[in-house]
Design a protein around this ligand. Structure first.
Ligand code: GTP
Length: 597
């Protein structure tokens, strides 16, 4: 395809503003997919994404479009994930295209992820076309939202396209804007091959599939390619594009986006951001590199049933083949037995992987407290990266500890600002900035990541009734007074419940945790002390009283179904328990004990 007839673009939006629905409409309007094959949210391929309505893996689709000028164009849309955890995936797919549609829900306005994503687009030098979506809804207010886009983001929104991705209004205008307002790609067909590795994933039938953007030169089937990062070479056995299903084509030229397969064994052998060239007569000049995404949140995953350890190993290694940002290593816990210490990009990533293991592989899991990586500076000058509070070295050998900090941006309606400030303050936040855009406040906080990884986002949603939006970036490490808090149940330490806490909050946290555990652990035939300790010092204590003999006694015999229900419930509860010494602790206790209300 001629360069002047190609447009490559992405759609940036806050979650739920209608990115996937709009993408579906663009595909449908251009008859890329026959109507009968159109299912909702075509680009969200995995079931779990569909259920949660979130897009995780970047997807791409090639659309043929005959514009009002009578010319045929090829439009390549790269779909990008909207959630903060996947910011890195957004940034790398942005580098592969020249423009973006900025979708803003015209009933809501600009949100934190709108900002985070549009700044990435601006960083990637994109031409940006604003699109105001959901104009079919009564609450739509395009003038206000256009003005907000100009005020907050600083781009001209006077010509913003007014769209309903639901009813199809404005879809044709959107396609015309893509053709007329976004730039065509540049590139040289006669130069040596230079292609960007945008993404890669594992397919059960075809093996590793590599998504590429050709910068210069031409890629053909049968070519021998070289990965410039490590010099490995592979014969290309398939080239194609996504329509959105895979369709083979003969070659990919400059400006084009498509896939290749080349009998590459695993996703880990491909480096996102790498430059692909020909083995012979290749380019010597690599594209500017990308930084790999690093896991920032760690937790232990253990099977409820120890006998399922091998199944868990199998599930985890399969998932890791397809997700280079997910890391794991074996872990042994005195309390939980054999399991894995896993690293994730963020909490959502953690939840998605945990759900997939439970659902697709049918393994019940115990998830331990999520933790961040602490830098432990020893007295002898060594620095240890601590991924697991259980591995905290002897305090007498430690000089000081550092923890990761983030810059959090929160947009919230005025009315809830007070609650948001209080929440951030409670989480040891330092206010950096507070500005207004209409009746919405934008606050910027410097927060410790460990105060955010657990339930910050849930709390934020609940104190603002869902009206706040949130985004964050890692900023670096800072020293603070952190201590390891252990939990003892029936005088035995339960390592999987150990957490790192700030010295000044330890007592409060310890008290909250033992109170929670008292409710979460069922009564036994004997009484059970539950304690929180720092080093050898007990900072909080509760006692769980011994059980009354018969759980059904209080049903007064009359109601048989109720009695049965109670017994069934007890049985189901049993299944999800693990034994620690003489005490059974239910699976949910490990996560719920940490929630701070
Ligand atoms: P993620 O993929 O999770 O980032 O969300 P998204 O931005 O892709 O949003 P999605 O397309 O899933 O739309 C979110 C919700 O808004 C869905 O329930 C859509 O049906 C609805 N929606 C999208 N566009 C419109 C519209 O124009 N009008 C109305 N009324 N609803 C819409």
């Amino acid at each position: 395809t001629e360069l002047s007839k190609i447009r490559n673009f992405s759609i940036v939006a806050h979650i739920d503003h209608g990115k996937s629905t709009l993408a579906d409409r663009l595909i449908q309007e251009t008859n890329t997919v026959a109507d009968r094959d159109m299912k909702e949210q075509l680009l969200d391929s995995m079931d779990i994404e569909r259920e949660r309505g979130i897009t995780i893996k970047a997807n791409t689709v090639r659309i043929d479009y005959t514009a009002d000028d009578g010319q045929d164009y090829v439009l390549n849309l790269i779909d990008t994930p909207g959630h903060v955890d996947f910011a890195y995936e957004v940034s790398r797919s942005m580098r592969a295209v020249e423009g973006s549609l900025l979708v803003v829900d015209s009933t809501q306005g600009v949100e934190a992820q709108t900002l985070a994503n549009v700044y990435q687009a601006i960083d990637a030098d994109h031409e940006i076309v604003p699109v105001l979506n959901k104009i079919d809804l009564p609450a739509t207010d395009c003038d206000r939202v256009a003005e907000q886009i100009e005020d907050v983001i600083g781009i001209d929104a006077s010509g913003a396209i007014r769209v309903s991705a639901k009813t199809g209004v404005g879809i044709r205008e959107t396609l015309e804007a893509v053709v007329n307002e976004l730039p065509a790609p540049e590139g040289n067909r006669d130069a040596p091959l230079k292609a960007m590795l945008v993404d890669s994933w594992y397919d059960a039938y075809l093996g590793v599939i590599v998504l590429v953007r050709i910068v210069d030169g031409v890629l053909k089937k049968g070519d021998k390619i070289k990965m410039m990062s490590n010099g490995s070479t592979h014969p290309v056995d398939r080239i194609g594009v996504f329509r959105p299903e895979m369709a083979a084509i003969d070659e990919l030229g400059p400006g084009e986006i498509g896939f290749l397969t080349a009998s590459i064994k695993q996703v880990r052998d491909t480096r996102v951001g790498d430059t692909i060239t020909h083995e012979k007569h290749g380019t010597t000049e690599a594209l500017p590199g990308f930084k790999p995404s690093q896991p920032v949140v760690f937790c232990g995953l253990f099977p409820v049933d120890n006998a399922e350890f091998e199944d868990l190993r199998d599930a985890i290694s399969k998932l890791a083949l397809n997700d280079a940002s997910f890391s794991y290593e074996m872990e042994t816990s005195a309390a939980l037995g054999f399991g894995f210490r896993c690293g994730f990009l963020g909490l959502l990533h953690l939840e998605v992987i945990r759900d997939r293991i439970e659902r697709e592989y049918n393994i019940e899991l115990i998830t331990t407290a999520p933790s961040v990586i602490y830098h432990v500076h020893m007295r002898d000058g060594e620095m240890i990266q601590l991924h697991n509070p259980a591995d905290m070295p002897d305090l007498t050998l430690v000089d000081h500890l550092e923890e990761p900090r983030i810059k959090a941006t929160i947009l919230v309606p005025d009315d809830y600002l007070g609650d948001v400030l209080k929440l951030c303050q409670d989480r040891r936040g330092i206010q950096m900035d507070l500005t207004y855009a209409g009746s919405r406040a934008m606050v910027v906080y410097d927060l410790p990541l460990n105060e955010v990884v657990f339930d910050f986002y849930d709390r934020l949603k609940s104190v603002t009734k869902g009206y706040a939006s949130f985004d964050y970036q890692m900023t670096g490490y800072r020293e603070d007074r952190l201590v390891k808090m252990s939990i003892l149940v029936n005088d035995e330490p339960v390592d999987a419940l150990s957490t790192m806490v700030h010295h000044d909050r330890a007592e409060q946290r310890g008290r909250a945790m033992v109170e929670k555990l008292k409710d979460l652990i069922p009564r036994h035939m004997f009484k059970i002390p539950i304690q929180a300790a720092i080093g050898g010092r007990i900072i909080a204590r509760e006692t769980l009283a011994a059980m009354r003999k018969d759980v059904t006694a209080k049903c007064y015999g009359g109601d048989a179904t109720r009695k049965r229900k109670l017994l069934d419930k007890q049985k189901a509860g049993k299944k999800k328990m693990r034994q620690f010494g003489k005490v059974d602790i239910p699976q949910e206790a490990f996560i719920n004990a940490l929630k701070m209300d």
